[in-house]
Write a protein that binds this ligand. Structure first.
Ligand code: AMP
Length: 352
């Protein structure tokens, strides 16, 4: 098809694993770069480099062994990206990564596109927090600008009296205060953009989080036809503005006043795992196609699906689940830990 034969993937977690499987189906090889030993993706990839993101020689050798580089998580050190980018193309682009790595930069970018967001303010210290609370009101959420995931690095402020404790939770990290959005439910759009600029979005999914961690995604989501169109158009607008190549996750809050953008993730996304059994071409293949310079595939939804994450002790449900029609996806993690994503199942609604 073209000259891309080997895809380098930064990060060896379950997303890297499922990307490797998708690449393999297309006859492509993957090389995983991951600091920790025996990551989930190593079981299915063609090559693995176990080295830190500060190891310049290892980064250079990794880049030399692949045709193009992608990633499965956002918090890759800039210095490592500088080394890699000098040698091989990185998709999605650095600009998308930089935007999503810092909540303040992300909000400013999204606001610049004219999208609806929760009110927000930059907070560096107690004075700025007091001012932000006076302006935005309570309830509100204080979030670290960088390195947050799965609800980590967040503190709720129900009244101004909670301000000191919330600031202490940030442990000195730069933060933003966000007004609390009174949403009826949360949805996400998994969108893809190819190198030629073609955009294709999967049907929006409805997400339920427990303790900040995604529990289930259900398709179709509860949305009116105009909300569904709006959700997809918002995703497309963001993809085009970032000159994006690959798959992106977009989280939205549904409110009576319309859709409010929560955040973007420049990678395949947990809320897109339903596509593995709900579409002919899933999010992982779509990402690999885009990164490898192929045309996007047909991501239209052929079934109703409920994706359920298996987190920690949920693995105890496996024997019972194995007796049902659910499609089981396990990540090959040896240790079960509380809060750890071990796998997921897709419950497919027959005859939908
Ligand atoms: P985040 O890490 O920003 O995706 O936040 C994790 C979860 O916290 C979201 O999926 C929401 O359920 C909740 N949340 C985050 N920000 C807000 C907000 N401004 N208003 C209400 N709920 C929020």
């Amino acid at each position: 098809m073209n000259n891309v034969k080997t895809i380098g993937i930064l990060g060896g977690g379950q997303l890297g694993r499922m990307l490797s499987v998708a690449a393999s189906r297309l006859g492509l090889k993957t090389h995983i770069y991951e600091p920790s030993a025996n990551p989930p993706a190593a079981h299915v990839a063609d090559a693995v480099t176990t080295a830190s993101y500060e190891d310049v020689a290892a980064l250079q050798a990794f880049a030399a062994s692949v045709d193009v580089i992608t990633y499965e998580f956002e918090n890759i050190p800039t210095s490592a990206l500088d080394v890699l980018e000098a040698l091989r193309p990185i998709h999605p682009p650095r600009g998308a990564l930089a935007t999503s790595q810092d909540r303040l930069v992300e909000k400013a970018f999204l606001q610049g596109l004219g999208l609806q967001l929760a009110p927000f303010a930059d907070v560096q210290n107690a004075d700025e927090l007091a001012r932000a609370i006076a302006e935005i009101g309570t309830p509100a959420i204080l979030k670290t600008r960088t390195m947050g995931y799965d609800g980590k690095g967040q503190a709720r402020i129900m009244s101004p009296a909670d301000a000191d404790a919330a600031l202490a939770d940030m442990a000195g990290a730069s933060s933003i205060l966000e007004g609390f959005v009174n949403f009826s439910h949360e949805v996400s759009v998994i969108g893809a953009r190819a190198a030629d600029g073609a955009v294709s979005c999967f049907d929006p999914g409805e997400n339920v989080h427990v303790n900040g961690i995604l529990r289930t995604t259900t398709v179709p989501a509860k949305l009116t036809p105009s909300q569904r169109t709006d959700a997809v158009l918002i995703a497309a607008r963001i993809l085009n503005a970032l000159d994006y190549v690959g798959v992106m996750g977009l989280e939205l809050f549904v409110t009576p006043q319309g859709l409010i953008v929560n955040e973007i993730a420049p990678r395949v996304h947990n809320s897109g795992h339903w596509t593995q059994n709900g579409c002919a071409i899933d999010q992982f293949e779509q990402h690999i196609r885009a990164v490898a310079g192929w045309p996007l595939g047909d991501g239209s939804r052929h079934s109703d699906v409920m994706m359920e994450n298996l987190i920690g002790d949920d693995m105890d449900k496996l024997p019972a689940l194995a007796k049902t029609d659910a499609a089981i996806h396990l990540y090959g993690k040896s240790d079960v830990k509380a809060g750890r994503k071990m796998g997921h199942v897709n419950h497919i609604k027959k005859g939908a």
